[in-house]
Design a protein around this ligand. Structure first.
Ligand SMILES: N[C@@H](CCC(=O)N[C@@H](CS)C(=O)NCC(=O)O)C(=O)O
Length: 187
């Protein structure tokens, strides 16, 4: 999001694999011990990926840096501006990401990629829950090019994150042709 909005930033890796997210220094910054964490120049901090996306999307609107005109180099507003219902739909997908998608797709993928031990029946549950979430996305994306309609929003950014690596969690993405097309558009 920072790169898309052309906001200069420094990126620091804190790995949960080697305990970096649970170090006393990091816990001082985010007591919840998780990445991502956004640190602003004035020292203020913000955790939770979707809170960060919303904050930056509001910043984009406040600073009016970009326009929706679609000209070269323009970036559409990533949080719908005029229409409260469209904004509501954006929030709907952000909450869906946190409750229905990430806890299955990201967790199953992490168990496989980072070789975390997990009982087989739990892995099966994660597979089924993840497929349910992907099916919901597939249905929407068979109707509209982006999750909230014709324009890309932060809902697409939030859900791109773990959907584009869902195959690493052994989700068969061939089942979801509309998601595949959407991944290309968001990319
Ligand atoms: N709800 C949070 C979840 C963040 C999260 O799960 N972060 C993981 C890595 S993807 C983490 O930092 N885990 C370290 C830990 O729990 O120790 C968000 O969307 O930002």
């Amino acid at each position: 999001m920072l790169r898309v909005l052309q906001i200069p930033y420094e990126y620091t890796v804190k790995s949960f694999v080697d305990g970096g997210t649970k170090s006393p220094n990091f816990l001082d910054k985010n007591p919840n011990g998780q990445v991502p964490l956004l640190e602003l120049e004035d020292g203020q901090r913000l955790a939770e990926s979707n809170a960060i996306l919303l904050y930056l999307a509001e910043l984009q609107q406040k600073e009016q840096k970009t326009t929706t005109s679609g000209g070269d180099g323009d970036i559409p507003f990533l949080l719908p501006r005029g229409d409260a219902y469209q904004r509501g739909l954006t929030y709907q997908w952000l909450f869906f990401e946190q409750y229905s998608h990430e806890p299955a797709v990201a967790v199953r993928r992490a168990n496989i990629v980072f070789e975390r031990p997990c009982p087989e029946d739990r892995m099966q549950q994660l597979l089924e829950k993840g497929h349910s979430a992907l099916t919901v996305m597939e249905k929407q994306l068979s109707q509209t090019p982006f999750l909230v309609g014709n324009e890309m929003t932060i809902a697409d950014m939030a859900l791109f994150a773990y959907t584009h690596v869902a195959h690493e969690g052994e989700y068969d993405m061939k089942l979801y042709p509309n998601i595949e097309g959407w991944l290309q558009r968001v990319r």
